[in-house]
Design a protein. Structure first.
Length: 303
């Protein structure tokens, strides 16, 4: 029975890891949306003052508003990404004979792309629902939004707008994230097994990282991946906002947009604008994701 539900157990482990990671940073996500969209209750405040103001106004659960809808998307996303990574890694090793650290980079990128493509319609619906204002509802709920987009916006193609920069941005993000974590883990366990490692709970022959080391490696992985792929995130946002921005005709394709932002604003103020807030979000998020996944692997006997 150990092998039977390997797929399912791997799926659950990845899903739980994704949900824990997102819940950790949910308050920052809520604040980011409130500030980005200039919500009139909070528009005069900064990040930290908003973090303090939300609980006063809406109670502590206010920081987690919209987290439920997020989980519906993140569970399958995390599950597919972690499960696909393990599968792709095996295939690349066996079929292509590529091992060492490169296969982690390739498998991670492919896993990220697979997860994005599978869950993109959920993301599309979430963005549409989050953009609504009370009293002007076009969509009654998740299922209604799916039906409306499908019938009004050309079937399945309607769900995949803006997919290209998302995929191109996801590939280096997921790739470097898995690559950095896996490489740090294998080097750490090889160089200092007693200091950094301990035997796995489900299989004493397998060494795993101690929890605080896991958190650190996951955090470093998040920081590096974020830095590499951030300009593509800026590009995606500009393309999604499209016609809302005054200079939209100069930002029709991904390459045009990258060029335009670089020429207008340079690297620090353009391509990397807002990176610091994203570090505050992504570093703890990746740290929790990898650590939870490693723990779940032991609970569900995946080692």
């Amino acid at each position: 029975a150990r092998r039977d539900f390997y797929w399912l157990r791997s799926f659950i482990a990845g899903g739980v890891a994704g949900c824990c990671a997102k819940t950790t940073t949910a308050p920052l996500d809520r604040v980011k949306i409130l500030l980005q969209a200039h919500n009139h209750h909070y528009k005069h405040l900064g990040v930290f003052s908003t973090l303090c103001a939300v609980p006063k106004k809406e109670g502590y659960l206010g920081l987690y508003k919209g987290n439920g809808a997020m989980m519906i998307r993140i569970f399958p996303y995390g599950a597919i990404q972690f499960m696909a990574f393990d599968q792709y890694k095996k295939v690349i090793k066996k079929q292509l004979g590529i091992s060492g650290h490169v296969h982690r980079l390739v498998a991670g990128s492919m896993a990220g792309i697979t997860a994005v493509i599978c869950t993109y319609p959920l993301d599309m619906v979430r963005v549409r629902l989050a953009f609504q204002v009370k009293g002007e509802h076009r969509y009654m709920g998740i299922i209604h939004a799916f039906k409306m987009i499908y019938t009004k916006e050309g079937g399945f193609r309607g769900f995949y707008r803006g997919l290209m920069p998302t995929v191109v941005g996801m590939a280096p993000y997921a790739g470097f994230s898995f690559f950095t974590f896996g490489t740090l883990k294998s080097i750490g366990l090889a160089q200092a097994p007693n200091l950094l490692g301990r035997p796995s709970l489900d299989n004493p022959d397998v060494l795993v990282l101690k929890t605080h080391v896991n958190l650190l490696c996951g955090g470093i992985a998040g920081a590096i991946a974020q830095t590499i792929s951030y300009p593509l995130d800026v590009t995606r946002r500009r393309m999604q906002l499209g016609a809302v921005l005054p200079d939209s005709e100069k930002c029709l394709t991904m390459v045009q947009t990258l060029k335009y932002v670089y020429q207008q604003h340079g690297i620090r103020r353009g391509l990397y604008r807002g990176l610091s807030l994203n570090y505050i979000r992504c570093i703890p998020s990746q740290a929790v994701a990898f650590t939870t996944y490693e723990l779940m692997k032991q609970f569900l006997h995946l080692n």
